[in-house]
Ligand binder design. Structure first.
Ligand code: FAD
Length: 379
């Protein structure tokens, strides 16, 4: 593996980080406190090209390494972890599966709007009765002439309250369990499709999430992705991208927290010395650095594997577990270094810690990742 970056890549990293710092942070604290999603900032990111980064074109295939490197830059400049998370969620689990499994007609009708930021997409598999065991879902899709009738209820779906389209997983043949699961691209305006209001949550409050009710929701058969029964493969494909790369912005966020903490530790004086001179503080910063560098190695390797077209189930589970937990611990260390001011809402430090916890749950909890790692290690 070659870790060097070309001058052009370095320049793109800098310009993306600076764009994020200049444009995306203005009222992040207010948006967090009021659970507000900003469609204009979403559009600003799309106009910057963010949502096009991972897409294959006729000239070049997917480039996981480039896209995740730029998402790291976005996370370094952008203090709104909800926004960077939601952009990744749409890219990895809506745009890529649509491009890979959708018919040309479906791709032409939907993908340009997703990439340009005019249209927002959600990915809906979780139900009240099936989360970690995602394939135990109960939503049904019944063929009715040249349409399917969808019935069921999805929950905790990122972007659902504002989504224009959603990839919805439903069973077309419950008798064969996971092999009967199918995936549909559903227009949110279809009668019978109802998204809830935003459901307030602990962190990532700038991105709405909620429930989707499907009540005899009649979708054209042409909205089926791939074929009946392909749903578990589509889920695995999107998870291999999402689990691997959705945490790329957190590398940048960890760098930002280290930079803030170092500046604070050098400038804050107690007992006649900078607090950074106390080993209790400097070792926290050393631990933050160790976590960032190990997270980078995992993420860069997994992006490389994706670009080689190689299997990455084990590496994705390791990266998801390590980076999500590293981010929680790093946010906690940053808060501790800042003392009481870290605990105060106005400084924005505590928001990172609240945001960080979500990543240990979404995309498969860290317990489920450890099951995968243990299983692939022989137990
Ligand atoms: C911020 C956020 C965004 C989300 N976005 C989406 C989205 O866009 N689309 C979507 O479909 N879903 C989304 N989800 C839902 C998410 O995928 C589920 O919450 C997650 O898979 C866990 O499922 P659950 O909540 O039902 O927990 P459960 O499966 O009920 O698990 C509860 C606890 O038991 C543990 N556990 C369960 N089974 C096992 C096992 N076999 N071995 C060990 N431990 C186990 C879990 O680790 C957890 O600690 C989101 C969740 C969050 C928090």
């Amino acid at each position: 593996m070659d870790f060097s970056r070309t001058p052009q890549q370095l320049e793109l990293f800098r310009s993306t980080r600076d764009f994020a710092a200049d444009v995306l942070n203005g009222d992040v604290s207010q948006r967090d406190q009021n659970n507000l999603f900003s469609r204009s900032l979403w559009k600003a990111c799309a106009d910057h090209g963010v949502l096009s980064w991972p897409m294959a074109t006729t000239d070049q295939p997917h480039t996981a390494a480039n896209a995740s490197y730029l998402m790291e830059a976005l996370g370094q400049g952008c203090e709104d972890n909800g926004l960077t998370f939601a952009l990744g969620a749409q890219m990895w689990s809506v745009q890529l599966p649509l491009q890979h499994f959708g018919s040309q007609e479906l791709i032409d009708a939907t993908l340009p709007g997703l990439i340009s930021g005019e249209t927002i997409g959600a990915f809906a598999i979780t139900e009240a009765g099936s989360g970690s065991d995602a394939f135990a879902l109960q939503t049904t899709a019944t063929l009715d002439g040249d349409h399917y009738l969808l019935n069921g209820e999805k929950t905790m779906i990122t972007l659902a309250p504002v989504a224009d389209v959603a990839i919805v997983f439903a069973t077309t043949n419950p008798a064969v369990k996971q092999w009967g699961i199918s995936a549909f691209l559903v227009d949110a305006k279809t009668p019978g499709f109802t998204a809830s209001e935003n459901r307030p949550k602990m962190g990532l409050r700038t991105v709405p999430f909620g429930d989707i009710t499907l009540d005899n929701c009649r979708v054209p058969a042409s909205c089926l992705l791939a074929r009946e029964g392909a749903g578990s493969s589509i889920f695995s494909y999107s998870q291999s991208w999402e689990r691997s790369l959705v945490l790329a912005p957190q590398l940048g966020a960890m760098q930002r927290l280290i930079d803030d903490s170092v500046a604070f530790a050098n400038n804050r004086h107690r007992s006649n010395s900078a607090i950074g001179k106390h080993q209790a503080v400097s070792h926290r910063i050393a631990d933050m650095r160790i976590r960032l560098e190990t997270s980078r190695l995992l993420l860069y390797k997994i992006a490389w594997l994706l670009d080689q077209g190689q299997q990455n189930l084990l590496e994705a589970a390791i990266a998801k577990t390590h980076i999500s937990e590293a981010f929680v611990e790093t946010c906690h260390d940053a808060l501790s270094i800042h003392g009481g001011s870290g605990y105060i809402t106005a400084t924005g430090i505590e928001r990172n810690l609240r945001d960080a916890v979500g990543a240990t749950i979404y995309g498969g909890t860290v317990d489920i990742q450890r099951n995968i790692i243990a299983g692939m290690t022989g137990v």
